[in-house]
Design a protein around this ligand. Structure first.
Ligand code: ZN
Length: 396
């Protein structure tokens, strides 16, 4: 399965010539064993065997694992999971081994998947598995989620630990999916205060979103001092998304990426949701450029595949939005969010330490030789990993 929006992103990255500044790798496919680091065995087993023609026979399990409506069974489902998850785990391993300072996997970011349950078109949670990989080397990891939906699967996985701080900015209320992520959800047990939720109302715009994002993330980074960052860049928080209700422009969304890059800490950047395909591709190509310190021409260069999709905004790198969603996030509401989150963060112990008693087994990085890859096949990939031409020296 090659989702359109990922192919479009890929071809737009190529059209802008950004691949000349990237190291592009074909990631290893993740295995069932990798999945079991987080997911339940019976769930993984079922995913590996189920096919569209067999689902009628297994209605009980289909229900138990929440498969069907939002999470349909399609041909090649398990291979699809292996591909996007392999990209995220390999990215984490490259960061761990200091082979890259920044890694991108636009095909990853499936943040809703639970231990034994699919949710919101997420089957295997590549983010959780990548974070587990990072935790082998780093005492503390920060996970940030700017998809319009709450990053519930990742939050749930690390709700009881202080080794991962999850921070999610999302639409909350009006029965919006998945319905979790209230400001009062702050983690439990050792993880108390290590889950941060920033619940937002319809229509948030660039100024208010980026102001809030920077306020929260500045505090998180100062207080928690993570060794690595995972940033889920779901593009359904953009204006004119088919199911979203925010008002972010490409620049507003990308400003979050630019801001997190400025901390010069190893970072894995992934995709996520996004339902207006042309804008998803614009968003992620633009953010690839931001991570490379490049700026892109406003006019999208002509290219062979999918070019016609960009007619919606006159073939330009911008979002054409006809809707006028009012920003329901009042100044008073935003200030109250800042105050609540600020108070919670100041309740934290400063940067909890971890004693590594025994080195955990590392994920093996595949031998990757770009020259031996079939360029046609490589260009069909939806995963990119990059190293800036002048690498950020984040490691000392
Ligand atoms: Zn989403």
């Amino acid at each position: 399965m090659k989702p359109h929006r990922l192919c479009m992103t890929h071809h737009l990255v190529l059209a802008y010539g950004l691949h000349d500044h990237l190291q592009v790798f074909k990631p290893r496919k993740a295995t069932s064993e990798d999945f079991l680091q987080f997911h339940a065995e019976d769930y993984v087993q079922f995913l590996s065997n189920i096919t569209p023609d067999k689902q009628q026979q297994y209605m009980n399990q289909m229900q138990r694992f929440n498969l069907g409506e939002d999470c349909p069974i399609f041909d090649g489902l398990f291979e699809f999971c292996k591909s996007y998850t392999g990209g995220s785990i390999d990215s984490a391993a490259r960061l761990n081994h200091q082979l890259s300072d920044i890694a991108i996997n636009w095909s990853g970011g499936l943040h809703h998947a639970k231990k034994a349950e699919a949710s919101g078109f997420c089957y295997i949670n590549d983010l959780v598995l990548a974070i587990l990989e990072l935790l082998k080397f780093h005492p503390r990891v920060v996970y940030i989620d700017i998809d319009i939906h709450h990053g519930d699967g990742v939050e749930e996985a690390f709700y009881m630990t202080d080794r991962v701080m999850t921070v999610s900015f999302h639409k909350f209320g009006d029965m919006f999916f998945p319905g979790t992520g209230g400001i009062e959800d702050i983690g439990n047990s050792t993880g108390r205060y290590y889950s941060v939720n920033v619940p937002l109302q319809d229509g948030i715009d660039d100024n208010t979103f980026t102001e809030l994002f920077k306020f929260v993330m500045q505090k998180v980074m100062a207080q928690y001092q993570p060794g690595a960052v995972v940033l889920q860049c779901g593009a359904d928080s953009l204006a004119a998304d088919r199911i979203g209700c925010f008002n972010l422009s490409l620049d507003g969304h990308a400003e979050c990426v630019r801001f997190m890059k400025s901390f010069k800490i190893p970072i894995l950047v992934t995709g996520g949701g996004g339902y207006t395909k042309s804008n998803v591709a614009r968003c992620w190509a633009n953010e690839t450029a931001v991570l490379l310190n490049k700026s892109l021409a406003k006019d999208i260069p002509f290219h062979d595949y999918y070019f016609e999709y960009y007619s919606d905004a006159n073939y330009q790198l911008r979002i054409h939005s006809t809707s006028n969603i009012d920003n329901l996030n009042t100044r008073a509401y935003l200030d109250s969010l800042k105050q609540r989150v600020g108070t919670n963060l100041s309740s934290l112990d400063n940067a909890p330490s971890v004693e590594f008693k025994e080195a955990p087994p590392e994920s093996k990085l595949p031998e990757m030789d770009e020259d031996q890859l079939n360029p046609d096949e490589r260009y069909g990939l939806s995963s990119l990993q990059i190293q800036p031409s002048s690498p950020v020296r984040a490691f000392v």
